[in-house]
Design a binder for this molecule. Structure first.
Ligand SMILES: [Zn+2]
Ligand SMILES: [Zn+2]
Length: 734
């Protein structure tokens, strides 16, 4: 081959590919994945990676020569590039965008430096204050430090934290660690694996018999059924056979907890962690170890699906129903589960998905492929609490401020008297939900987004939950000038206030994304709750995840209808999942748990099935309605969003695209199988000053339809003021 296609990362230009001539003496040794030096304009020699070869270049270019091969050992393989290429095609985005998301940029920028000295903690490049230097020194000496002490002692700011992360300090749970995130496990003692229960053994054996399956295997186990023990047993088998395991958890905090447990069971030297908050230096380190096949188990969040783990023998995705596996913005809008499936095929390895409330599509496919395994009992045989429904149409009047019903109040009192703990779910943050003029009915909206501004009592401001815009509470109605403005609806902050009024002696805390401005605040609160230092925890869906506290015996859901009313085809599924997950937090230990749902729609089916925690029944009803309306898994949805500051122009280009697509599908005779819906204004019509119109494509032709649509989309060119976002398999259609 005559030319090499190389990848560079240029300030201001981002990641790009360019062609270079291969000098005669390199022709024998040059390989994909190698780091090279190439001349680049005024910047002189820069680092690059070989990603392809060709014998021919279109046009009349003067091509420069590759200067040097920095390292003959490649850092990624053709197989790896093939995976990224597949992702780019599937998500209708370009290869470079995917590469940008997958490869740690320091690999490109610092490769040459790294080769000279192994130190990739580049202290000199960061301008540090005296105090920051001291902290760094301290961390280097001690190896680790408690994050909380550290933050308080040092009175460090977020920017300091950010800088320290750039320098290779990593946080795990509430501790800060210097460089190697696993040094935290150095005093961790290895423990043997647990003995499996009868049900676990059956499931383990069953899954083992399916490991050659080309299709994903689903482990559907009720909350606290002990899925992790089954995973660990399978992991042991795989690493004993000389292969490696990729294990994904939906978020960083859970991935960190998981890594700790893995290190305890399998030893620290074989385990590594990968997620978006790990510093580039650390990623570079792990990347090299992965490439040299020195890591047997890699745990991580979504982006770990792109880490170059070799010789994969098993991929596990726990809590597979979680939306966090999908990147919604920016592109590539990939779903780690979809990418993992492809990765598994590349390695001819099985993909195991686990959940107590599986994605409806996952469950559908697993049933059809005979790849479904179920665990119906809790590990310690503690019974699942059957939720009790409080019909607020009946109890509303008699409840505290119309919000906390009498039965819930009684249960809270009794639970506190027994010295046990309470979780209260209110899946809406802020104090109220909207501010309205009583004179003319106007709802105060964000000036940049078409959604109501939400009152936050803690900051005494109105906030937009989409763009974070804040404003003072207006004195007069912006529409009619009346001063009769008042807030309505309930959010977590109001619940916190009311609960403190009702139970002045109880220790009450709140968890929602508003407290996340303080780093690790929610992990800190969860730890305190775990230790019994908090009696009542109020929060959004963040409290429904991963919490395993045997002293929690009461879970109250204040407004169980929230979520079900959203105009989205997956609203019932998400509502069902949330209620089942939060109910699963009650009575996990020796004490019996109680769950109360307050609702105005006690007869709704998703609600009824969540009440009886009957997944199969929920699935049966839900899958029928999906089939009736051709929603996934009976079609694939491809969503196009056209947005512009100019409402008219956004709508006009959306209409043109929809029209053209319709003409094309008719012409090719696909009309019946490729349905184009819209354009319609998005349910949230405006975000960040941009007016939004959407086109939904329902593809009932699988691969063929997908190829047709992506070819069509590739040809679209738009004026600069109009943005097109393509979302394949979107999480929601709001
Ligand atoms: Zn008004
Ligand atoms: Zn806004």
């Amino acid at each position: 081959m005559k030319y090499a296609l190389v990848l560079v990362n240029i300030k201001g230009l981002g990641v790009r590919t360019f062609s270079y001539l291969i000098p005669e003496e390199m022709k024998e040794i040059i390989q994909i994945g190698q780091a090279v030096l190439v001349p680049f304009g005024r910047q002189g020699l820069i680092n690059a990676f070989v990603v392809g070869f060709s014998d021919y270049l279109p046009g009349d270019f003067k091509v420069k020569k590759i200067n040097k091969i920095i390292d003959e050992t490649p850092l990624f393989s053709i197989k790896y590039l093939k995976l990224l290429e597949w992702v780019a095609n599937y998500y209708c985005t370009d290869f470079v965008t995917v590469l940008n998301a997958a490869l740690p940029m320091k690999l490109i920028e610092k490769n040459a430096k790294v080769e000279q000295s192994v130190s990739f903690i580049n202290d000199e490049n960061e301008k540090l204050t005296k105090r920051q230097k001291e902290i760094l020194q301290l961390l280097k000496e001690k190896g680790k430090s408690s994050l909380i002490d550290f933050e308080e002692e040092a009175k460090t700011t977020r920017s300091t934290m950010k800088k320290l992360e750039n320098l290779g300090c990593i946080k795990i749970d509430t501790e800060y660690v210097y460089r190697n995130p696993l040094s935290i496990f150095k005093d961790v003692k290895t423990e043997p694996l647990f003995e499996l229960s009868g049900e676990q053994i059956t499931v383990y054996e069953g899954i083992k018999s399916k490991l050659k399956s080309q299709n994903p295997i689903l482990l559907h186990g009720v909350t606290a059924s002990g899925k992790t023990e089954v995973y660990f047993r399978l992991i042991k088998d795989v690493i004993d056979s000389g292969k490696n395991v990729l294990f994904l958890a939906p978020e960083i905090a859970l991935a960190s907890q998981l890594t700790k447990r893995l290190a305890r069971k399998f030893g620290i030297k074989d385990v590594a962690i990968w997620h978006s908050s790990i510093s580039d230096g650390e990623k570079y380190d792990v990347w090299q170890r992965l490439y040299r096949d020195e890591i047997k188990i890699l745990a991580g969040a979504r982006s770990a699906v792109f880490a170059p783990l070799q010789n994969i023998g098993l991929i596990i995705i726990d809590e597979e129903h979680e939306g966090a596996y999908k990147q919604t913005s920016p592109a590539p809008r990939y779903d780690a589960r979809v990418v993992a499936r492809r990765l598994a095929q590349f390695h001819q390895a099985p993909l195991l998905l686990g959940s107590a409330t599986p994605d409806v599509s996952t469950y559908y496919y697993a049933t059809n492929n005979n790849n479904l395994f179920e665990m119906k009992h809790r590990f310690n045989n503690s019974p699942l609490a059957k939720p009790q429904v409080i019909n607020m149409q009946e109890y509303g009047r008699a409840s505290y401020r119309g919000i906390i019903s009498k039965p819930l109040q009684i249960e809270i009192t009794e639970t506190l008297e027994r010295g046990q703990q309470v979780i209260l779910l209110m899946n809406r943050r802020g104090y109220s939900t909207y501010t309205q003029c009583k004179a003319c009915g106007t709802v105060v909206e964000c000036s940049d987004c078409s959604i109501p501004m939400i009152w936050h009592a803690s900051t005494k401001t109105l906030k937009c939950h989409y763009c974070n815009k804040e404003m003072h509470f207006p004195d007069f109605c912006p529409q009619c000038g009346s001063d009769a403005l008042s807030t309505s609806g309930v959010g977590t902050q109001k619940i916190e206030v009311l609960i403190k009024e009702l139970y002045p002696d109880a220790r009450v805390e709140r968890i929602d994304s508003d407290i996340l401005t303080r780093k690790n605040a929610h992990i800190e609160l969860l730890n305190r709750f775990q230790k019994g230092e908090i009696d009542i925890l109020v929060g959004t869906q963040m409290i429904a995840k991963g919490l395993d506290n045997p002293n929690v015996t009461l879970v109250g859901v204040l407004s169980a209808d929230t979520g079900f009313n959203i105009p989205d085809y997956r609203a019932s599924e998400r509502g069902f999942q949330l209620l089942t997950q939060v109910a699963g937090r009650a009575g996990r230990g020796e004490f019996k748990g109680k769950v109360l749902f307050q609702t105005y729609n006690p007869d709704f089916y998703a609600f009824q099935t969540a009440k009886s925690q009957d997944y199969e029944k929920f699935f049966e009803t839900e899958i029928k309605s999906r089939q009736e309306f051709d929603y996934p898994p009976f079609s694939q949805i491809i969503r196009l969003i056209l947005s512009s500051e100019n409402q008219f122009r956004a709508e006009k280009s959306a209409m043109e695209i929809a029209l053209r697509l319709n003409t094309m599908t008719e012409k090719f005779g696909f009309g019946e199988y490729l349905e184009t819906l819209g354009p319609t204004p998005c349910i949230i019509e405006k975000i960040h000053k941009l007016y939004r119109f959407q086109i939904l494509i329902k593809n009932k032709l699988s691969q063929k339809g997908h190829d047709f649509v992506s070819k069509f989309l590739n040809k679209i060119t738009l004026p600069k003021d109009i943005k097109l976002a393509i979302d394949v398999d979107p999480l929601d259609i709001l």
